[in-house]
Write a protein that binds this ligand. Structure first.
Ligand code: GAP
Length: 439
């Protein structure tokens, strides 16, 4: 645990203060387990998802993407076995009747403490389905009940045949997807870590049904995903793999490993790599009657492929990227986010807001840069306060138009990490920024 100086409290407060993340429906007292991303948070989240998509789909010729519906025919959930997959064992405190996940020792201990020495007795674990139900259509009966997806995986699996028939993919290949999932979590908590509505980024990677191939691709994806998070600048010492034991592996998984982060409350997972075998395709074939096999034109073999899945939480990745980037230096707080992730790449200021000649010239720079970069404008308070605010949201460069700029046609560019200031000719500003932002 590294929460000696209330790191989580500081992160939650920064997120609220600077527009990253707000409690869902806050003005109505909130809705437990839901969060709204604000102006900076939604940019950060979009940058994270765009980067993932670019590196997972755009830069690879073996992965294509889909964007499937959240609502699905209930038979799809029967096929993938939601009653097994999304059942959590719960125990109930006999003193206050609150329920907790039976496997969450930390919460159970902390709840016992909250009863201040009173002997707390627990019920035996009971199973509880955490899929969120919804009613679809105008007639409310048994048939109108559907489940919001508890994982985004099924939308990919049910389209396996469609993707095969409509693209040029051949095994091994992957189908990627980013989207929302919903779970009726019993104890949402640790900020966005355990929410009831969250987003996932997944690849289902289809391979030949062969033990050696399975092992090879499982190891490949473990390394690939870990390397991706390291490439975003996450500190190596804060990341680790954790293999699932036989008892904790999901019913579909032959092998499973989590990537965990050294969170302020202890190590916790934010993505998983699962060897799902042919579980999903075989079950969907059985329940839908659609042939889910793959014909290999080279070898003439026909088989149901195996699936190596990588499943990352968008919200958990974002939370841990924030925690990892947060730093306190002398008299400032700075988010040292990878520049590609930073909500705004540049902030433009006139030195003084009450000097029209400075404001007008700075505004022109803002207008010129905006089509190429996400740029913030700030003319409030003094320059020190503006730097402080941009450091807190991780803006890599601040550009100031001052009195000297009127004469020498240069602006001051200040670097977030080093705080070094460069004078740059206005005519060369865009290419200077492009180079330094790594475009
Ligand atoms: N398709 C496989 C699957 O859904 P999972 O381990 O249940 O596997 C994958 O979920 C990822 O989704 C987790 O590592 C986590 O990042 C994210 N996730 C799961 N439940 C979540 C929740 N309640 N709140 C936020 N993120 C969650």
């Amino acid at each position: 645990m590294k929460d000696e100086n209330n790191l989580m409290e500081k992160i939650v407060s920064l997120c609220k203060r600077r527009g990253f993340i707000f409690p869902g429906s806050e003005i109505y007292g909130g809705l437990a387990g839901t969060w709204d991303y604000g102006p900076t948070g939604s940019l950060l989240k979009k940058n994270l998802k765009d980067l993932w998509w670019r590196e997972t789909v755009q830069l690879r010729d073996d992965i294509v993407g889909v964007d499937a519906a959240i609502m699905m025919n209930p038979r799809a959930w029967e096929a993938s076995g939601p009653t097994e997959a999304f059942v959590d064992p719960l125990i109930e405190c006999k003193v206050c009747h609150q329920r907790f996940r039976a496997d969450n020792e930390e919460e159970i201990k902390s709840h016992e403490k909250s009863h201040k020495g009173k002997k707390v007795e627990w019920t035996e674990p009971k199973r509880f389905n955490i899929l969120v139900e919804a009613k679809l259509g105008v007639i409310e009966d048994q048939k109108s009940t559907i489940f919001l997806r508890g994982e985004i995986t099924n939308g990919v699996q049910v389209n396996f045949k469609n993707v095969l028939d409509s693209t040029r993919v051949k095994i091994p290949f992957g189908i990627a997807q980013i989207g929302k999932a919903f779970r009726n979590e019993i104890t949402p908590g640790n900020f966005t870590f355990r929410s009831r509505e969250f987003e996932q980024m997944e690849v289902q990677y289809y391979i030949k049904p062969d033990e050696a191939e399975g092992q090879k691709w499982f190891e490949y994806w473990k390394k690939d995903r870990m390397d991706w998070y390291l490439s975003l600048g996450m500190k190596k010492g804060n990341l680790r793999f954790r293999d699932h034991t036989n008892d904790e592996r999901a019913h579909y998984a032959r092998l499973a490993t989590d990537i965990e982060y050294n969170a302020p409350w202890g190590w916790n997972e934010f993505m998983g790599i699962h060897h799902r075998g042919d579980w999903d395709l075989r079950r969907h074939q059985e329940y839908s009657g659609t042939d889910m096999s793959y014909h290999d034109p080279q070898t003439g073999e026909t088989f149901i492929p195996w699936d190596i899945e990588t499943s990352a939480g968008v919200d958990r990745s974002l939370l841990f990227l924030l925690v990892d980037a947060y730093s306190e230096e002398d008299d400032r707080i700075v988010l040292k986010l990878d520049k590609r992730l930073a909500p705004y790449k540049i902030a433009v200021f006139p030195l003084l807001a009450n000097k029209p000649e400075l404001v007008e010239a700075a505004r022109k720079i803002y207008d010129d840069l905006s089509p190429r970069f996400m740029v913030a404008w700030d003319d409030r308070g003094n320059i020190g306060k503006r730097y402080y605010a941009q450091d807190e949201i991780g803006t890599p460069y601040c550009v100031t138009f001052d009195f000297d700029s009127l004469e020498d046609k240069k602006v001051t560019v200040r670097d977030r990490d080093t705080m070094k200031q460069d004078r740059v000719a206005i005519g060369e500003l865009a290419s200077y920024l492009e180079k330094n932002l790594g475009k």
